[in-house]
Design a protein. Structure first.
Length: 120
């Protein structure tokens, strides 16, 4: 059975992937926007999702001129919103299945009642 390993990136790799200087990425880490594994920038490793988060954080900071603490808050709220939307979709699908099953049960009950009424 094959095992899939997650891609890991060093700081230099993240700089290259995001086209951002190390100083910006260090600031993003210091703000808690991404949390690499490792104690120092030389030892940090980032996962693939952190590339997307880093790019998004820089765009918010740069394009909307939001300070870094505000950017951290915005990223956190965006992540929470995405999680809530996903959960809402899951619950909507469950509700739809429940409603459909309930409707089918009512139809079957009505059909049985109608058959019973015709036999009398």
């Amino acid at each position: 059975m094959a095992t899939i390993t997650a891609l890991q990136f060093r700081l230099e790799d993240l700089c290259h992937a995001t086209a951002l200087p190390a100083e910006i990425i260090i600031e993003i880490v210091e703000q808690g926007i991404v949390d690499p594994i490792g104690d120092t920038p030389d030892n940090w490793t980032f996962n693939a999702q952190m590339i997307t988060i880093t790019k998004k954080a820089f765009r918010l900071h740069n394009d909307l001129e939001i300070d870094w603490p505000g950017t951290a808050l915005a990223i956190s709220l965006i992540d929470e919103l995405e999680q809530l939307r996903t959960k809402n979709s899951q619950l909507q699908r469950r509700l739809d299945r429940f409603s459909q099953a309930g409707s089918e049960a009512i139809i079957q009950e009505n059909q049985q009642t109608n058959r019973g009424g015709n036999d009398e």
